[in-house]
Design a binder for this molecule. Sequence first.
Ligand code: MV4
Length: 446
Amino acid sequence: MMFKKILIANRGEIALRVIRTCREMGIKTVAVYSTADKDSLHVKFADEAVCIGKPASIDSYLNIPHIMAAAEITNADAVHPGYGFLAENAKFSQICADHGIKFIGPTPEMINKMGDKITAKETMIKAGVPVVPGGKGLLESIDHAKISAKEVGYPVILKATAGGGGKGMRVVWNESEIEKAYTDAKIEAAASVKNDGIYMEKFVEEPRHIEIQIAGDQYGNVCHLSERDCSIQRRHQKLVEESPSPFMTKELRQKMGDAAIKAASAINYESVGTIEFLVDKHRNFYFMEMNTRIQVEHCVTEEVVSFDLIKEQIKIAMGERISGRNYEPQMHAIECRINAEDPYNDFRPSPGKITVLHTPGGHGVRVDSHVYAGYVIPPYYDSMIGKLITVAQTREEAIDTMYRALSEYVIEGVKTTIPFHLQLMQNEDFRKGNFTTKFLESFKMK
Ligand code: MV4
């Protein structure tokens, strides 16, 4: 089956990214937009555009009836959800299927299995994928938590089963802290993910966050496309991603790649997806979560394996087969997230009008961005201005190219994360590949 028309249920750079690939594939596109996005490039570049509501996400990009109505009136065969918004919403995937519109992503069953973290962990244990040692199932009471923690051994971490991305998480160093941590985690989980179920794991100290990109087709073939190192994060917001990981070895990639394929195969995964692992200093690795969507940082993988992952994702949704072989990085790629945030002021959001814009270019430079001079970054959504990606034969050269490209980038009117990235690219530990997820806790802007 060939798609004739795809509706993109998203905005910003990812909407543009999907439109670009559709153009190359000869597929027509439908943009949807909120009234705050009427002057956005995704609206101008799509073949058709439908306004779906007011600025607040809940009234537009999260409003399923409005999006389905737009798909029906434009006669779209498929919906691409991008990332964020409805990308991992099982109900949306189901509703698309019920209306005969292909959701370009996994089935509701696959999303549900990975969305509940305890279910995901149990599935991984059965599949033989290493998981962080911990308690079994939900914590039923404070006493249960105390007994479990004694068995697991302090320090432990409490996590929300419906969580992800750090919501409802608490690290507990000894028994005196557990009562408060248990209560706080439950309250936070109930408030942020509407489900107060929490579970326990051994706390892995100073881990690296390394994830494996996978792709699976409708016929049970699964392959991996190597790793991304996403350890450079701040309050669970990724700022820099790269591939290959400076911590990776050929042997570890083989093992983590095998584990990622096992993980995806265990749920008969269809589409592109990512298996996130924690990796400790001894190179032990543990399954953390699976992301059942295309991710912001997919571009670094595209650059090192010479693959258009959006094209692959669309082809899989159309029922094409994947080759079935795995892919090793042939280059080194780094991505810096350029956000409208003030790195000198606790990364406070800085929405507003971009008055002056000069975008870098030249050898080894890719910019994925939806902004232009005169564009107003609305305050309602994320603060991403774009992604700056560099690619070179070696990590050192990719960093040098990044520094040069960041120096060329001119964005006036809003504060940006460019000064942060410039300082990071000159940091000795970063340049040596000597970092964990704790790196930014001690990083100070000059
Ligand atoms: C952990 C951990 C240490 N031990 N689990 C953070 C987000 C969520 N996906 C899980 N996270 C963590 N889980 C155990 N058993 C440390 C983190 C963590 C982290 C993980 C990846 C990247 C950045 C992080 C920052 C703080 C904590």
